[in-house]
Ligand binder design. Structure first.
Ligand code: FES
Ligand code: FES
Length: 162
């Protein structure tokens, strides 16, 4: 079936099997391999994308669910010049990235949180990341990465930047 949706701000039209998973559409049809598949069962969060701004597991999502909706993958949050998003920079600077397999999903879950609540408490960060598993990095560093991103984004706004 032919479906239309927006991906990372651009209109997309593709011919897909109705029972195809969004993670396969992204990785195989659109070449957006930043979205990772870990468990394939909705348990690890490695495949997290944003659907109309909310984090969802792309491994459980069938293509019919994204028709006429807006999805954002990790490729979609970079600056126009290819620069890293402030959340990605904060993760690197706080040591929140080791193998990096969980990182795209973590970053997108963090983005959904910070878009709603720019200055979350530690508990809110932990709650927002509760669906994202990391086998390498201590969660302390990941939570610190999100809090650091919150500080940087808030300071940027205070200075009139973005
Ligand atoms: S691969 Fe989707 S939740 Fe693990
Ligand atoms: S950095 Fe390796 S799984 Fe999280």
């Amino acid at each position: 079936m032919m479906i239309r949706f927006h991906c990372n701000g651009k209109p997309v039209q593709v011919d897909v099997e109705p029972n195809a998973r969004v993670i396969d559409l992204l990785r195989e049809d659109l070449g957006l391999t930043g979205t990772k598949e870990g468990c394939g069962r909705g348990e690890c969060g490695a495949c997290t994308i944003l659907l109309d701004g909310k984090p969802v597991n792309a491994c459980l999502l069938l293509v019919g669910k994204i028709v006429d909706r807006e999805i954002v993958t990790i490729e979609g949050i970079a600056g126009e010049d290819g620069s890293l998003h402030p959340i990605q920079e904060a993760f690197l600077d706080t040591g929140a990235v080791q193998c990096g397999f969980c990182t795209p999903g973590m970053v997108l879950s963090a983005k959904a949180l910070l878009d709603e609540n720019g200055t979350p408490a530690v508990e809110a960060v932990e709650e927002a990341l509760s669906g994202n598993l990391c086998r390498c990095t201590g969660y302390g560093k990941i939570v610190e990465g999100v809090l650091e991103a919150s500080r940087r984004l808030t300071e940027g706004q205070d200075r009139g930047g973005g």
